[in-house]
Design a binder for this molecule. Structure first.
Ligand SMILES: C[S@@+](CC[C@H](N)C(=O)[O-])C[C@H]1O[C@@H](n2cnc3c(N)ncnc32)[C@H](O)[C@@H]1O
Ligand code: SF4
Ligand code: SF4
Length: 339
C-alpha cells in the first residue's frame, strides 16, 4: 500500500547566521546562507506533500530566520502552495514592522525561545536578549499572531519553568512548551544535559502546571506524569525532514546525521530510499519497551536523546523511568543523576 501521512513537517534552516551565540546551541557554523535555493526546496517539499497526500507544515528557522532578507517572500510563496507556515525565532529582531510583515505573510504561528526568566535567559543567550525577545512577543501578540514560547530545558534553567509559565501568562503568549537540550555526551563539556531524575522531576512540575493550563506537555515522555494523555512519538524517519542552509538534509535537527543534499537528491527520494530513513522507520518498538502499556504509541521516546547519551537510536530513551535498560550500555547522564 502507498504510504500516506496526515501531515508532514519540513524544518528549513534558511540561514545559519545569528545575532546570538547561545551556550547550548547545536550549531557550530554560523555562516551558511543560501539566498537562491528557495524555489528548489519549496518545489521538492510540494512533491512530498503530493506523494503522501498530506498537509505540509513548513517551519522556517535558522540560525536566526529574521536575518534572512527573503524570509517574508518565502512565507508568501509557501502559503501560495498551500503549506502551513511557522517561524521559529529568538524574537530579538522582531519589532512592530517585522510583526506586521509576518502578519501580512499569513504566517500561522511564530515560536519564540525563552530559556528562563531574565537573569538565567541572559546567561544562556546573552545580555539584553530577554528584554528584546519579550518585546518581540508583545509585537507579535499585538498583531494577533499565534505565539508560542519554547523553553529548552538544561542544567541551569531546569528550576525556572514555573516562574516562566507565570510570566508567559502575563505576556499573553498562546502556549509554553519545553523540550530537553540534546548534546552528544562527549561534547557536553559544560554538562548542560539533564540527568534522567532531573528530567523526570521537571516533567512532574510541568504536569502540575499543565493541569492549570500553563504548560503544554506534548513532547516525548511528558505524558507520563501528566493527566492529559497526549502521547507523542518521535517523528525521526517518518513525517519530518530538515534542510540546512547549505542544502544538507537530516532526519531530525537533533540527530546529527546528514543523509544527503537537496542539490543532489530530492527530498522525496531521500525520504523514501535513504538507508538511515528506512532504518529509523524500521525500529518499531525497541527492546526494553515491549512490556510497556504505551509502547504502540510512544515507541521508545526520543531517538535523539538515546543517540546523544549512548550513541544508539534503536534503544529506549534513557530518561524513561519505565523502560528496561540494557546494563551493557553506558548511560552516562541517565544513571548518575548529577553528572
Ligand atoms: C536553533 S534555534 C533557531 C531559532 C532561533 N534562533 C531560536 O533560538 O529560537 C531553534 C531552537 O532550537 C533550540 N536548540 C538549540 N540548540 C539545541 C540543542 N543542543 N538541543 C536542543 N535544542 C536546541 C533553541 O533553544 C531553539 O529553541
Ligand atoms: S539564537 Fe538560536 S540559532 Fe542563534 S545561537 Fe541561539 S539557539 Fe542558536
Ligand atoms: S518504556 Fe518505552 S514505550 Fe514505554 S514510555 Fe518508556 S520509552 Fe515510551
Amino acid at each position: 500500500m502507498e504510504q500516506t501521512y496526515r501531515d508532514f513537517t519540513l524544518q528549513w534552516h534558511i540561514t545559519h547566521r545569528c545575532n546570538l551565540r547561545c551556550r547550548h546551541c547545536y550549531q557550530d557554523d554560523y555562516s551558511a546562507f543560501d539566498s537562491d535555493g528557495a524555489k528548489l526546496v519549496l518545489d521538492q517539499f510540494s512533491e512530498v506533500m503530493k506523494a503522501y497526500n498530506c498537509v505540509g507544515r513548513l517551519n522556517l528557522t535558522g540560525g536566526e530566520p529574521l536575518t534572512h532578507p527573503k524570509l517574508f517572500d518565502i512565507l508568501h510563496e509557501a502559503r501560495a502552495r498551500g503549506m502551513r507556515t511557522g517561524v521559529l525565532t529568538n524574537g530579538t529582531l522582531i519589532g512592530e514592522w517585522e510583526a506586521r510583515r509576518l502578519k501580512a505573510s499569513g504566517v500561522d504561528y511564530v515560536q519564540v525561545s525563552l530559556d528562563g526568566c531574565e537573569k538565567t535567559h541572559d546567561k544562556i543567550r546573552g545580555k539584553g536578549s530577554f528584554d528584546r525577545a519579550v518585546n518581540g512577543i508583545i509585537a507579535l501578540r499585538a498583531q494577533g499572531i499565534f505565539t508560542s514560547v519554547s523553553f529548552t530545558a538544561q542544567r541551569q534553567n531546569q528550576r525556572e519553568l514555573a516562574r516562566l509559565a507565570r510570566y508567559c501568562d502575563s505576556l499573553g503568549a498562546d502556549k509554553l512548551w519545553f523540550d530537553r537540550v540534546v548534546i552528544p555526551a562527549d561534547e557536553d563539556k559544560e554538562q548542560l544535559t539533564l540527568s534522567a531524575p532531573e528530567f523526570q522531576r521537571l516533567c512532574r512540575t510541568a504536569a502540575r502546571l499543565n493541569r492549570r493550563g500553563k504548560v503544554f506537555c506534548g513532547r516525548s515522555l511528558q505524558f507520563l506524569p501528566c493527566k492529559n494523555k497526549l502521547i507523542y512519538h518521535c517523528a525521526a524517519g517518518e513525517n519530518l525532514l530538515i534542510v540546512l542552509a547549505n542544502g544538507d538534509v537530516m532526519p531530525c535537527r537533533r540527530l546529527p546525521l546528514v543523509i544527503g543534499s537537496v542539490h543532489e537528491t530530492d527530498l522525496l527520494t531521500l525520504h523514501r530510499q535513504h538507508p538511515v530513513m528506512q532504518e529509523l522507520r524500521g525500529i518499531g518498538i525497541p527492546q526494553g519497551c515491549q512490556a510497556c502499556q504505551y509502547a504502540e504509541t510512544c515507541r521508545g521516546g526520543s531517538k535523539c536523546i538515546a543517540y546523544a547519551k549512548t550513541g544508539r537510536y534503536d534503544i529506549p530513551d534513557p530518561d524513561c523511568p519505565l523502560a528496561k535498560k540494557d546494563p551493557t550500555l553506558f548511560f552516562q547522564h541517565a544513571e548518575s543523576g548529577s553528572v
